[in-house]
Design a protein around this ligand. Structure first.
Ligand code: 5AD
Ligand code: FES
Length: 344
């Protein structure tokens, strides 16, 4: 294992055979070596600093119908909401006071938020917080729309590719959605100048070592600044209600691999990881992640942004999550920093 880790780290690449070997590895000591090598790599670049992003879930309306997602349009049980611009700005104000220097505006693909509405919100945040990064995570749009948001002041965009395998993509999505279009969006975003994040769920139905290998190859090709991965967790009102969740162990292995082959990448230890294990986010950091994304959404709507079941932190105020996160990071020897947390 030591030689294998060394080789992956040196080549900053992995073969399908090597990936299969790691995914199949059961020896805890060897797995621990992998995580330590990845955490060490992160430390060489970012030190023991953890970047925080304030997540504002501003709408759970969505015109799409992804089979895994709790806010898909066919879910009649979803209690829909939208935040007003004033509410979003209030989240930013609260977040700024708590030391956040990145705001992530995430939502379903909600036609109510036209390009004009998004640009109006983004430019107001930009005016008020010139020292902050604004990240959008609002799905697939035309290149012209992405261009307009960028000109209004957005700097980063998160759009998980979900899987880089065509057949797997069709298992996860209705036929009106295509991997080709998703990839085109990511290329458009990069061309415009955004810091871009792609990513995927670990253990989603139909995922295999082969599709994961394609994910890793796609990430190599795209060279994103961020990679968001977390376990798939079934949501009771979706077609995938009865499927099994992704595991902590597999997610941690993939975090480590991604860190080793992309040493500089911004890699969040996700809320989904914290949902499947009480110390999931800490373990993610210890496996090579360097970002956490506490929630800034008003408590009144938290419960409603349910992409998956049992999501944590739905009852906690932003300040509680912020300090809880700080304590959690300090407990493993890391510190949360007041910083935009740009790609280095
Ligand atoms: N389990 C885990 N992650 C999910 N996402 C959506 N639904 C689920 C689920 N059931 C992830 C997707 C999406 C991101 C915002 O949340 O990868 O891109
Ligand atoms: Fe939300 Fe701990 S991070 S309560």
């Amino acid at each position: 294992m030591t030689e294998l880790i060394q080789e992956i780290k040196e080549k900053q690449n992995i073969t399908l055979e090597q990936l299969k070997q790691i995914l199949g590895e059961k020896d805890q000591e060897k797995i621990q070596q992998l995580h330590e090598a990845a955490a060490c790599t992160a430390e060489e670049i970012y030190g023991k600093n953890i970047f925080i992003r304030g997540l504002i879930e501003f709408t759970n309306y969505c015109k799409n119908d992804c089979f895994y997602c709790g806010i898909r349009r066919s879910n009649r049980n979803a209690d829909r909401y939208r935040l007003s611009k004033e509410e979003i700005l209030a989240c930013c104000k609260n977040g700024y006071e708590l030391g956040f220097r990145t705001f992530v505006l995430q939502g379903g693909e909600d036609p109510y938020f036209t390009d004009d509405v998004i640009c109006d919100i983004v430019s107001d945040i930009r005016k008020e917080y010139p020292d902050c990064a604004i990240t959008l995570s609002i799905g697939e749009k035309e290149k012209e729309s992405y261009q307009r948001y960028y000109e209004a002041g957005a700097n980063r965009y998160l759009l998980r590719h979900e899987t880089a395998d065509d057949c797997h993509y069709q298992i996860l999505h209705p036929k009106e959605l295509s991997l080709e279009h998703r990839k085109q969006c990511l290329r458009d975003l990069k061309e415009i100048g955004y810091q871009v994040g792609c990513g995927f769920m670990v253990g989603s139905p139909g995922q295999t070592p082969e599709t994961l290998f394609e994910d890793l190859q796609f990430i190599k090709e795209l060279e994103p600044h961020m990679v968001g991965i977390g376990p798939f967790i079934p949501q009771q009102d979706t077609p995938f209600a009865g499927k099994t969740a992704g595991t902590l162990e597999e997610t941690l292995k993939l975090l480590s691999i991604i860190r080793l082959i992309h040493p500089h990448v911004l890699l969040p230890s996700t809320t989904a990881l914290g949902t499947i294990h009480p110390l999931g986010r800490e373990k993610g950091i210890q496996a090579g992640a360097n970002v956490v994304m506490p929630n800034l959404s008003p408590v009144a709507v938290r419960e409603k942004y349910k992409l998956y079941d049992n999501k944590i932190c739905t009852g906690d105020e932003a300040a509680e999550c912020r300090y809880c996160m700080q304590k959690r990071m300090e407990s493993i020897g890391y510190q949360v920093v007041v910083d935009r947390g740009d790609y280095r």
